[in-house]
Write a protein that binds this ligand. Structure first.
Ligand SMILES: C[S@@+](CC[C@H](N)C(=O)[O-])C[C@H]1O[C@@H](n2cnc3c(N)ncnc32)[C@H](O)[C@@H]1O
Ligand code: SF4
Length: 461
């Protein structure tokens, strides 16, 4: 079990921008030299490996805008916009499915957004039916089938329907229950409507319920966030994500509606985080890593204890590396040794699909060095431990020579108490509790591409 320690002085010292490593290389490295024929070649390779499949569906619509939002979404009150989108999505499902071996089992499925429940109950049913028609879904509830829920856009009936459709995990957007914060970010959401969804999810047999919160929003301070967390803990979620507010108004226009003077200072943000960690730990939650907490009995905690935790675009997962097919506008896929991404605008998406073309517009084929570094970063992020021999056996390298300069760079971190490098016997790096919150900084040492892309990422904490 992880016990997290926080040293504000050290965090300030290491404070810099960095990626969240939901992929390596990160999306900054995706490029348009990667073509459809590269993508198809990787699919052929993946069919030979015959790994399980993961399907991600992006439903981009939201009814109202939350000013802080950094997600890929389209804000509209016009519900009829979902119809042509879904028609194109169905066609994309058909085109993608034709390339993959139909026997491959879908062990993971995720609807993300935007707001997936923006679409009507009939459309939800239809989307799942079309998916079932083209892919080999699991019907015994053993898959990780999850959905992002905005409690303002769902009620008891929606939840019962989603359960019937096969979903067994959900994450709920809350962010903060404080009225001043909610007003400042244009997201008014009562505890009652949130609770109604959670009760319905429990009653209908969802396996795991997660709540998303954000720290660093306007008007937040230690007291307000403590109060929000008390209310959230009373709702008894199985997991919690506490995201650091990424304020990048140059990139996300709507964030310009947030009064920057009302955003807590870096010092207050760290105090909020420190208090949140204490409060959650006192309430019995375990720190999984990278903003995620879970009950000790939750499968994420159990997987971490058993050293079979994985990381993917949705965060942490208990399922081994699947090939991921990203469906819908902006979606990212990971197939064999490549990442690929769909076009980002609706017009492009519709045009390509109308011309019977897959909407993939960029990607990256991983080199042997990328694959090796990805495994190193994954091990560190999921287990706070890296065994050199494990990597040597898998990739045929001598760890201490291949990563000589990286190991030298880690010495400062070792002196600061973040980690212990053991060069004896099989060789290892063990991250210390004080280094858990700085895991991104530690992984950044192994990231070959970071030199010119740092400014594109948000602050680590
Ligand atoms: C696609 S949204 C969640 C689903 C749903 N649309 C909702 O809002 O309830 C995923 C999560 O990303 C987080 N998020 C969005 N923008 C963020 C930002 N700028 N910084 C940090 N976290 C952010 C929020 O916690 C949000 O719940
Ligand atoms: S946080 Fe969720 S509901 Fe709000 S704008 Fe972003 S995607 Fe839409």
């Amino acid at each position: 079990m992880q016990t997290l320690e926080m040293n504000i002085e050290l965090i300030n010292e290491y404070d810099k921008s960095g990626p969240r490593y939901t992929s390596y290389p990160t999306a900054v490295q995706f490029n348009t030299d990667f073509t459809l024929s590269d993508y198809k070649q990787q699919i052929q390779l993946s069919n030979m490996n015959n790994d399980d499949l993961s399907l991600y569906f992006h439903i981009p619509f939201c009814d109202t805008i939350c000013f802080y939002c950094g997600c890929n979404k389209i804000v509209t009150k016009n519900r009829s916009r979902a119809e042509p989108y879904l028609e194109h999505l169905y066609k994309e499902i058909e085109m993608q499915a034709a390339l993959f071996d139909s026997k491959r089992v879908v062990t993971q499925l995720h609807w993300g957004g935007g707001t997936p429940t923006f679409i009507s109950p009939e459309q939800m049913t239809e989307l799942m039916t079309v998916t079932k028609n083209y892919f080999n879904l699991l019907f015994d509830d053993s898959g990780e089938y999850s959905i992002e829920i905005d409690p303002r856009e769902a009620n008891k009936e929606t939840i019962i329907l989603l359960r019937e459709l096969g979903f067994n995990r959900m994450s709920l957007g809350v962010q903060d229950f404080n009225p001043d914060v909610q007003k400042a970010v244009n997201r008014i959401q009562s505890i009652k409507e949130t609770e109604e969804v959670i009760v319905a999810a429990r009653d209908s047999g969802f396996h795991s319920i997660s709540i998303d919160l954000i720290y660093g929003l306007p008007h937040q301070n230690v007291n307000t966030f403590t109060d929000t967390l008390t209310k959230v803990i009373a709702l008894d979620p199985d997991r919690l994500s506490i995201f650091n507010y990424a304020h990048l108004p140059e990139m996300f226009k709507t964030q310009r509606q947030i009064d920057a003077c009302k955003i807590p200072s870096a010092q207050i943000k760290l105090e909020i985080l420190q208090q949140a960690i204490k409060q959650l730990t006192d309430a019995g939650y375990v720190y999984i890593g990278m903003d995620h907490f879970a009950k000790p009995t939750d499968e994420l905690s159990l997987a971490q204890n058993n050293k079979n935790l994985y990381r993917n675009f949705q965060g942490y997962s208990t399922h081994a590396d699947c090939d991921l097919i990203g469906l819908g506008v902006t979606s990212i896929g990971k197939v064999a040794n490549c990442y690929s991404q769909n076009v980002k605008t609706m017009d492009e998406y519709y045009n390509l699909i109308d011309n019977n073309q897959l909407p993939v517009f960029r990607g990256v084929e991983l080199t042997a060095d990328d694959l090796l570094r990805r495994e190193v970063i994954n091990q560190l992020i999921c287990h706070y431990y890296l065994n050199f021999e494990h990597i040597e056996n898998q990739f045929g390298i001598i760890f201490s020579s291949y990563f000589e300069s990286e190991l030298d760079e880690l010495i400062n971190m070792q002196q600061d108490g973040l980690l212990i490098i053991d060069k004896d016997i099989s060789g290892s790096i063990t991250i210390q509790p004080i280094g858990y919150l700085l895991i991104r900084n530690i992984c950044m040492v192994f990231d070959r591409y970071l030199v010119d892309s740092k400014s594109k990422f948000s602050k680590v904490l």
